[in-house]
Design a protein around this ligand. Structure first.
Ligand code: FPP
Ligand code: MG
Length: 365
């Protein structure tokens, strides 16, 4: 499904000087001053998105109301709406400061689909914590949590239908389909190591990159760029989102074996505990074949997780995972070269997308 092209980093280094920072925009983070006006615009978008989510989810059933809104708090990184709004604005070149209501709706309902999937995921994974607090399933029980996820999905579907564009409806429906396929895929482990890595990449696309890819394409189609190549440009937006999403998830998988519970706001080494093999352990198994036995029995025996972590540490699994994330991130940035110059020549949204892409490689949670 994926071909990673090897190419030089010249494009990145000549475009911008990157500083390490986390992805979310918060006041305490140092950001490149060049981006401050852009960040202020996107922050305003995020504020409206948060407001819209709470308004749309409102219902008369008090407990459902509370439960549905529970995970939409300030602890989320909001990286999805941030990328979607920035991509959307880059497609509105006639009016540099403009974000169409339908484009903002995509960011809003994209975040709703994502959060609904996390609420369900915590039930599937029997996970107690999410975004630094008890998971909804932990507080209300799995039955109510699943229903709340369904409810959020229902509201997101109404918003999607109101946009009234059948291509966009297909793209966002594909996201939901992929989320379920990805979650389903990880319930079993492939026999051979070659199959395991391909399965891991496919699952990563489905669970994470598909949402970035399809929402980026949707806002591109909903933009006001008058260009006869709009379908081609929308495909580039998709490719950007796909590569960004792959890089984002690879870093997530790396953090799972390097960060602490507190850093993540959820239990670390959760993947191994769930029996899941992600890039660090799959790469490590190429150096230490004894890991295959542990991978195939999904780290189910006492001492398996500790041994896997030891071998990951001794291997170059973490470095190779980071390197692969870097390749996807570089590819995401390279694709932005295909986008047209903005009318005022600033290309500030494209530069900000590059900045966010590089920042995702440096994040700590
Ligand atoms: C997080 O995975 C989970 C997802 C990104 C997708 C989960 C999808 C479903 C449960 C299918 C149902 C979908 C919808 C739209 C209701 P993770 O366990 O790797 O990450 P975590 O550490 O954040 O839990
Ligand atoms: Mg989980």
């Amino acid at each position: 499904m994926f071909t990673i092209r090897h190419y030089s980093k010249r494009f990145l280094t000549r475009s911008i000087i990157f500083r390490p920072l986390s992805v979310g925009i918060t006041n305490r983070q140092k950001t490149n001053e060049e981006f401050q006006p852009t960040i202020n615009l996107i922050k305003e978008d995020l504020h409206l998105i948060n407001r819209d989510i709470l308004q749309h989810l409102r219902c008369y059933e008090e407990e459902l109301n509370e439960l549905a809104k529970y995970h939409f708090d300030t602890k989320g990184k909001l990286i999805r709406p941030m990328i979607i709004c920035t991509m959307a604005r880059s497609f509105n070149q006639q009016e540099d400061n403009f974000l169409h209501e339908n484009q903002r709706s995509i960011a809003t309902l994209g975040e709703m689909i994502h959060t609904a999937s996390l609420i369900h995921d915590d039930v599937v994974d029997s996970s107690d914590r999410r975004r630094g607090k008890p998971a909804a399933a932990n507080r209300w029980g799995p039955r109510k949590a699943v229903l709340a996820g369904d409810y959020i999905l229902g509201i997101a579907s109404i918003m999607l239908a109101r946009i009234g564009n059948s291509d966009v409806i297909s793209l966002l429906s594909r996201v939901i389909q992929d989320l379920v396929r990805g979650e389903f895929m990880q319930l079993s482990t492939k026999e051979s190591d070659a199959e395991q890595f391909q399965d891991y990449l496919n699952k990563t696309f489905c669970k994470t990159a598909s949402l970035f890819a399809n929402t980026c394409k949707a806002v591109a189609l909903l933009g006001n760029l008058s260009n006869i190549n709009i379908n081609q440009l929308a495909d580039y937006a998709y490719e950007f989102g796909k590569n960004f999403g792959m890089a984002f998830q690879l870093i997530d998988d790396l953090l799972d074996v390097t960060a602490t519970d507190d850093d993540l706001g959820k239990p670390a080494t959760a993947d191994l505990k769930l029996g899941l093999s992600t890039a660090p352990v799959l790469f490590a198994s190429q150096q230490f074949p004894e890991l295959q036995t542990l991978i195939l029995r999904r780290f189910s025996e006492s001492g398996d997780i500790e041994r896997a972590l030891e071998l990951i540490d001794q291997s170059d699994g973490k470095a190779r995972t980071y390197h692969l994330a870097e390749q996807y991130a570089n590819e995401a940035c390279r694709i932005l070269n295909n986008f047209p110059q903005s009318l005022n020549g600033s290309n500030r949204f494209l530069k900000f997308l590059i900045y966010l892409t590089q920042s995702t490689l440096k994040r700590r949670h």
